[in-house]
Design a binder for this molecule. Structure first.
Ligand code: FAD
Length: 385
């Protein structure tokens, strides 16, 4: 019996488990392979929906489903959080049990490190979790006039275009409410550009100019003065705000630190092509949890899930694992209410920003519903790749 343990049942983990359940279905049926998903959360979240909740594009309830409903037949769910990984002895530990594995996939995403910026949690809002998005919606609905700052506290963070999307959505949201002239929108970014790619940064800044959006680039947030409602930078510059939407710092999950396989920020060190955890041929990491210089995006996690499930399948059936990841990923990027673009990139292709259109916007709305059955639990497994 070979046991494949997947730790984390978010976008990448569920996709990996479901692809494996299809590819190894005969082996699972006859009992020579066991697929185990270790996930302590009862729900599986579609995180792109969090950005859409404040703008009424998705309801809170439509952004999550019970994890048990996301899994194909043949997957054993362990509804517990992993507390330790022993990579040398091939064991996943939870508070209740130890699971010996032959193959491991780490897909535990990112955690938000509010504590590293004093005042951030108390003084700002964001749309990076379900609760935060719901709270933000209430605040926006009550907002009548003043300065809204949308910013990023540090790199890297999930879905690189998301703060830009928020800015463009806010512009249209307040225009529709007829109070755009009473609201100042300002974009704050830690890099000296508006996006990690210069070409897309130039496009975004042109769009800011056309929409009357201000920007403050190279502003690295050191603290938030909650009483004065000010963001304070490393250089002690200050930005006053009435409402601040700040993407919190992202880090890898704490329990991974003791594995010795993480970098200083807690990201798992992996080979960029094979996705093997450095030094371990039978262990992989995917999605937001890795140290790869690619976007922390669901599209990346899913592309990696396919590669890893191929490699594990190849190993299980006695072949050399040859599938590799090419760095590909993409995102449908909202550029307003009724408009969107698409950004794609790979290891060999610089990010491409496709012209905004109504079609991309509709694709985004459709994908919000397709996600569950096409990406997370692919019903077309075996029909298309
Ligand atoms: C506002 C927003 C907008 C976004 N928009 C887009 C978009 O348009 N396009 C796009 O491609 N991506 C987008 N993303 C990013 C995308 O959601 C993530 O990159 C993707 O979910 C990463 O998948 P993952 O499996 O690595 O991590 P996650 O989906 O975050 O899953 C990690 C899982 O690990 C579990 N876990 C954590 N610790 C443990 C533990 N100790 N034991 C067991 N389980 C554990 C968690 O409970 C969670 O279920 C967006 C994200 C946000 C927040």
């Amino acid at each position: 019996m070979k046991t494949i343990a997947i730790v984390g049942g978010g976008s990448g983990g569920v996709s990996t488990a479901n692809h494996l359940a299809y590819k190894l279905r005969e082996q699972v049926q006859v009992g020579i392979v066991k697929i185990v998903l270790v996930e302590g959360s009862q729900s599986h979240y579609y995180q792109p929906g969090f950005l859409e909740i404040p703008f009424d594009m998705m309801t809170p309830y439509s952004t999550y489903k019970p994890i048990s409903r996301m899994l194909a037949d043949g997957i054993t769910l362990v509804p517990e959080f992993a507390t330790a990984l022993d990579l040398k002895n091939r064991v996943v530990k939870t508070d209740k049990q130890s699971i010996n594995y032959d193959f491991l996939v780490i897909a535990t995403g990112a955690r938000y490190d509010y504590d590293s910026i004093p005042g951030l949690k108390q003084g700002t809002n964001n749309f990076y979790s379900l609760d935060s998005a719901v709270e933000l919606k209430k605040k926006l609905n009550n907002f009548k006039a003043g300065r809204i700052v949308v910013g990023v506290s540090s790199m890297p963070y999930k879905c690189t275009p998301a703060p830009l999307e928020a800015v463009f959505m806010l512009n249209d949201y307040f225009t529709r409410r007829g109070i755009r002239d009473k609201v100042e929108i300002q974009y704050v970014y830690p890099m000296p550009m508006a996006f990690p790619d210069q070409g897309i940064s130039d496009i975004a800044l042109k769009m800011f100019h056309e929409r009357g959006i201000k920007s403050n680039l190279g502003f690295q947030i050191k603290a938030v003065d909650v009483a004065k409602k000010e963001l304070v930078s490393q250089k002690d510059e200050k930005i006053a705000y009435d409402l601040a939407l700040i993407v919190p710092p992202h880090r890898g999950n704490r329990f991974l630190e003791s594995t010795g396989a993480t970098d200083q920020m807690g990201w798992v060190k992996v080979d960029r092509y094979t996705l093997n955890v450095e030094g371990y041929d039978n262990a992989y990491a995917i999605g937001d949890a890795t140290n790869l210089q690619v976007s922390k995006a669901g599209s990346v996690a899913d592309a990696e899930a396919i590669v890893v499930s191929d490699r594990i399948t190849q190993s299980v059936v006695g072949e050399d694992p040859v599938a590799t990841y090419d760095g590909s990923g993409g995102a449908l990027m909202l550029t307003g209410m009724g408009k969107a673009s698409m950004i794609t990139s790979s290891y060999t292709q610089k990010p491409v920003f496709m012209p905004e259109s109504y079609s991309f916007y509709w694709l985004k709305l459709i994908y919000n519903n397709l996600y569950w059955n096409i990406t997370a639990k692919p019903v077309l497994n075996g029909v298309v790749r």
